[in-house]
Design a protein around this ligand. Structure first.
Ligand SMILES: *Cc1c(COP(=O)(O)O)cnc(C)c1O
Length: 449
């Protein structure tokens, strides 16, 4: 085992060191060679060292360099050194982190990471958090807690009796709600389209002036960090409108919530701490390995009521904080370990510096592209830049050519009637030199296409 792990660590280090110099997208030849990983179910075994060598030789070159400094697609961070190393160590520990008395180390790490995160993000210190796979599941978990709470206040036990025959629940979203919220609404039985959808402004923010609330149990799904523009809904204004009604305010803050860690940027999130639940990702802007997201819920009992299970063989009733009382999964990996490690590695100041650096680098991209004559479609308020290279057709062609050229990688998006390239700066290792190198490549490609 020792030799194998040493050899694997060497291979991983070589891979990471090679990222800065290789093309970001894999070559067609490397992707074609993936066929060699198949060829029918192996009849007999292979030594572990050969298995790893095969993965390294065949799959490694066909990876997208998402862990590298010039991947700007979606909103994808890499993994910090401590985050990746903690992931390996936690893999070796192999702790099924569902019951605290059985896996005390990793359960405690989750609790500590939760408390550190609540402080870092300025959220209520007594909120509870579910460590889940990502913001999609965090939205689902938050909405399950929301559904529990608004129906309990209406005299209905939704876990026991389901939604058939339950009091009507009104759901309010915005036109630019993330599709993972829409999907989650379907998963909790509230319906993907049975919603009141509020219009958005020219930056993609929910417009709240037309919003009226009544006495129905209501769930409002707001967001901080629009996937296209980075703009945030006015959470403080929404919270004020709720007063003492039976309304649950949920915030999808998959990446945007991390602005709360930045003194310079947190005014965009005014009132965010007044919400009832928050979904966020650690695998995006905090740069921990996949998969890692958090559902943070103010009313711990609502979360627990929606998620906990009991069974005779599970020692859940010890008074300890069992991670699985708060998550959809029972058996689960110890996601808190990497979050703990990255927060310990960076500290609050390091997280803040990374957030601020990425926002600065987004502005650097926008300025460079604007100076070269290309249109920036929305104000750059966070780590997102939307740029048009002309007609939708031309913009799509330029994006394809940039991906093909390989210096960097950015994706395509459609936003408020525009076709745009979306640049998201989220990787911990991205330097200003990477931004400048990518800008030069983008501009050269755009002039040639
Ligand atoms: C990425 C994202 C999600 C989904 O998160 P996953 O981790 O991919 O499940 C939800 N909402 C927003 C705003 C996002 O950016």
């Amino acid at each position: 085992m020792r030799e194998l792990l040493r050899d694997t660590a060497e291979r991983a280090a070589n891979y990471l060191e090679g990222l800065a110099d290789r093309q970001v997208a894999p070559s067609d030849a490397a992707v074609a060679a993936l066929d060699r990983l198949g060829g029918g179910l192996p009849k007999s075994g292979t030594p572990a060292s050969e298995v790893v060598a095969e993965l390294d030789a065949l799959a490694g070159p066909a990876t997208m360099a998402m862990a590298g400094p010039r991947f700007f697609g979606f909103v994808i961070g890499g993994s910090t050194p401590a985050g990746l190393a903690a992931n390996w160590l936690a893999g070796a520990w192999d702790q099924n982190t569902c019951i605290e008395t059985v896996t005390p180390a990793t359960s405690r790490l989750e609790q500590i990471a939760r408390d550190w995160l609540l402080e870092l993000l300025g959220l209520p210190a007594d909120a509870e958090a579910a460590f889940v796979t990502g913001a999609t599941v965090a939205n689902f978990v938050s909405l399950a807690a929301a559904r529990h709470a608004v129906l309990r206040r209406a005299g209905w036990d939704v876990e026991a009796d389901g939604l058939i025959g339950a009091p009507d629940v009104r759901v309010i979203v915005s036109e630019e709600t993330h599709p993972s919220v829409t999907k989650s609404l379907g998963l909790v039985g509230l319906g993907r389209t049975r919603v009141d959808s509020l219009p958005t402004d020219s930056a993609g923010r929910m417009r709240t002036e037309s919003l009226t609330l009544d006495d129905r149990p209501t769930i409002i799904c707001a967001q901080v960090g629009n996937v296209n523009t980075g703009a945030s809904d006015p959470i403080g204004e929404l919270a004020e409108k709720i007063e003492d009604r039976n309304v649950w305010l949920h915030v999808d803050g998959a990446f945007g919530l991390w602005l709360a860690a930045s003194e310079r940027h947190r005014d965009q999130l005014t009132g965010v701490e007044l919400a009832d639940s928050w979904a966020t990702d650690a695998h995006k802007w905090l740069n921990v390995p996949y998969d890692s997201g958090l559902a943070i819920v103010r009313d711990r009992d609502a979360l627990r009521s929606a998620m906990s299970i009991t069974a005779a063989y599970l020692p859940m009733e010890s008074g300890a904080r069992n991670p699985a009382d708060y998550t959809p999964e029972l058996s689960r990996r110890a996601r808190g370990v990497e979050i703990w490690a990255v927060l310990r590695e960076l500290g609050a100041a390091g997280v803040e510096a990374m957030i601020d650096r990425h926002c600065e680098q987004a502005r650097r991209f926008a300025k460079g592209l604007n100076d070269a004559g290309f249109e920036i479609l929305a104000p750059v308020v966070m780590n997102q830049v939307l740029v048009s290279f002309g007609s939708p057709r031309r913009t799509a062609d330029v994006i394809a050519a940039i991906q093909q050229e390989g210096t960097c990688w950015c994706g395509i998006t459609a936003w408020q009637g525009h076709t745009a390239m979306r640049i998201s700066v989220s990787g911990h290792s991205t330097t200003n030199a990477d931004v400048d190198q990518s800008l030069a490549a983008m501009i050269a490609v755009a002039k040639r296409v």
